[in-house]
Design a protein around this ligand. Structure first.
Ligand code: 4NP
Length: 197
């Protein structure tokens, strides 16, 4: 009896101490998650082997140069599934290399509805990708996340969307890399200002 009372007296404070410790860890973890949650951008094209993986690679490079690499996260995907699991098109990787960018190992995947929840911004490369994505939107919040790449085009651009280089030669791939570089510079600036607010 004496033993069990002593045990109880010792045991309860110890238990509440560990509950306290556990709660403190949860609070610290929650604060950490909230303050470090990155701004997530998803680039979308048709096959996810030319334009959108290039946009992802360029975005990562320019976000790094702008000093916000730790505060953003990028991914890319396609509206069609026929290249799922493939590396980016070799012609696009060559064009990226000519412009000084490095491939980080992306494999093609298809857009899924859950992407609306997992990303803050969804960037189709042309109006067909945009239509396909918008058709999958579940509500106005999903819709509001979709903004075409052309929203960050400078006034000098002749294009209205990012042209599909797939059926053309190397010059078309170089032109896409240059167009994406100019536009993504504007996008990164916008995100940088948004993060700083
Ligand atoms: P992307 O280019 O949408 O920029 O990846 C294309 C890739 C594949 C095809 C068309 C466009 N395809 O017809 O297979």
């Amino acid at each position: 009896m004496l033993y069990s009372a002593a045990y109880t007296r010792l045991y309860i404070p110890e238990e509440s101490r560990s509950v306290n410790r556990f709660l403190r860890i949860i609070v610290i973890f929650t604060i950490f998650m909230n303050t470090t949650s990155p701004y997530r951008v998803l680039f979308v094209c048709l096959g996810n082997i030319c334009r959108s993986p290039a946009a992802e690679i360029i975005f990562n490079a320019l976000a790094g140069q702008a000093g916000i690499a730790g505060q953003v996260q990028a991914d890319s995907c396609g509206t069609a599934s026929y290249h799922t699991g493939s590396k980016p098109d070799a012609r696009m990787l060559d064009a990226l290399e000519r412009a000084g960018y490095r491939y980080g190992g992306h494999r093609a995947r298809t857009f899924r509805r859950a992407d609306f929840s997992e990303f803050d911004l969804i960037v189709p490369q042309d109006e067909y990708n945009e239509q396909d994505i918008r058709q999958l939107a579940r509500n106005a919040t999903d819709e509001a996340k979709v903004r075409g790449m052309w929203q960050w085009f400078s006034e000098q651009e002749k294009e209205h969307s990012v042209p599909d280089p797939y059926y053309g030669g190397p010059a078309g791939f170089d032109a896409v890399v240059a167009l994406l570089t100019r536009s993504i510079q504007n996008l990164v600036e916008e995100i940088k200002m948004q993060i700083a607010d």
